[in-house]
Design a protein around this ligand. Structure first.
Ligand code: IPM
Ligand code: MN
Length: 356
């Protein structure tokens, strides 16, 4: 099969981890008889520098016309003082919105070989961590009305947390469908003891759940969820939650895996077009030094093969290669521990390529 991919490598370590991702995909193409064509477009800080805006229309058009989008990372200190709608992050949010990618899948899996890199006590993760955070991605306060106004306490700012029934319904269905292919357990995370938007959220989740009697459902308030994740990480399967809670909880979950450099993500909408990116940011402090961990980005490529193109074997070939390399004791700096062999970004990809 032939696939046209839009590539938004972005800023900081984005381009270097993306380069490794492309090498791995090309190897998969060679082995399984597929061809990937890449169209590189600018988004984030590099687009601001070149075109004066983080998300040029051309980038949106190329992404929309592609079979899927690969994204590296955006942002950096150079652009930190720009107003909100001109910041590099707008590229990410704009693409999520423009492509209708409302479902963000963030799997946090602790590799057997990385148990030492997990900061939790060994007995807490002895049963293995395998959590899928299903984060709503195009609603909530990220996309709600925002602004400034005068109050009796002086200037104030607001970001409205708003969710419609339809938005909650579709993300809940995504979560239940995924749970059916896993351990059939969904944990809904909200704050319905305080927030009206969460009360609507909870009621819709309960309605949708009626269509999935085979899947166990429980509910946690977000504050409690952040605590339970640390205390009993092995008891979670699928977590479904809103945009801002999912942003925070997925970073927390990433630590169970040893490093945020291990966490891939998929952003999906109604069709097969998805956007695939590591959960980590652009890490400008280590950019260009060939020390970044490319695994999160490479595993995002594997998620693309599985979720957008239905190529299960190809996807598994990447995941298995990553597991083998870790089992063989190879590490990047972020997951390094005593007695292991430390590799650079490119060399880690070389090791993965050798196992495919
Ligand atoms: C993420 C990031 C983004 C988010 C930022 C960079 C806009 O933190 O993908 O988790 O908050 O969604
Ligand atoms: Mn985040």
């Amino acid at each position: 099969m032939n696939f046209n991919l839009a590539v938004v490598a972005g800023d900081g370590i984005g381009p270097e981890v993306m380069e490794q991702n492309i090498r791995v995909l090309d190897k998969i193409g060679e082995k399984f008889g597929h061809s990937f064509k890449y169209e590189h477009v600018l988004g984030g800080g590099c687009a601001i520098d070149k075109f004066g805006e983080p998300l040029p229309q051309h980038t949106i058009d190329v992404c929309k016309a592609s079979d899927s989008v690969l994204l590296g990372a955006v942002g950096g200190w150079q652009w930190d003082t720009l107003p909100g709608d001109k910041r590099p992050e707008r590229a990410l949010l704009g693409l999520r919105g423009a492509l209708g990618l409302y479902a963000n899948l963030r799997p946090a899996t602790l590799h057997e070989a990385l148990k030492d890199a997990c900061p939790l006590k060994p007995e807490l993760v002895a049963d293995g961590v395998d959590i899928m955070v299903v984060r709503e991605l195009t609603g909530g306060m990220y996309f709600g009305e925002k602004g400034r106004k005068q109050t009796e306490l002086g200037e104030a700012a607001y970001d409205v947390e708003q969710y419609s029934v339809k938005e909650v319904e579709r993300i809940t269905r995504t979560a239940f469908e995924i749970a059916r292919k896993r351990k059939k357990h969904v944990t809904n995370v909200d704050k319905q003891n305080v927030l009206e938007s969460s009360r609507l959220w909870r009621s819709v989740v309960l309605e949708v759940a009626k269509d999935y009697p085979d899947v166990e459902l429980d509910h946690l308030y977000v504050d409690n969820a952040s605590m339970q994740l640390i205390m009993r990480p092995t008891t979670f399967d699928v977590i479904v939650t809103g945009n801002i809670f999912g942003d925070i909880l997925s970073d927390e979950a990433s630590q169970m895996t040893g490093s945020i450099g291990m966490l891939p993500s998929a952003s999906l909408g109604e069709g097969s077009l998805g956007m695939y990116e590591p959960v980590h940011g652009s890490a400008p402090d280590i950019a260009g030094k060939n020390i970044a961990n490319p695994i999160a980005t490479i595993l995002s490529g594997a998620m693309m093969l599985k979720y957008s193109f239905g190529l299960q074997d190809e996807s598994k070939a990447i995941e298995d290669a990553v597991a083998k390399v870790l089992n063989n004791g190879y590490r990047t700096g972020d997951i390094m521990s005593e007695g292991m062999k430390q590799l650079g970004c490119k060399e880690m990809a070389d090791a993965i390529l050798a196992e495919i």
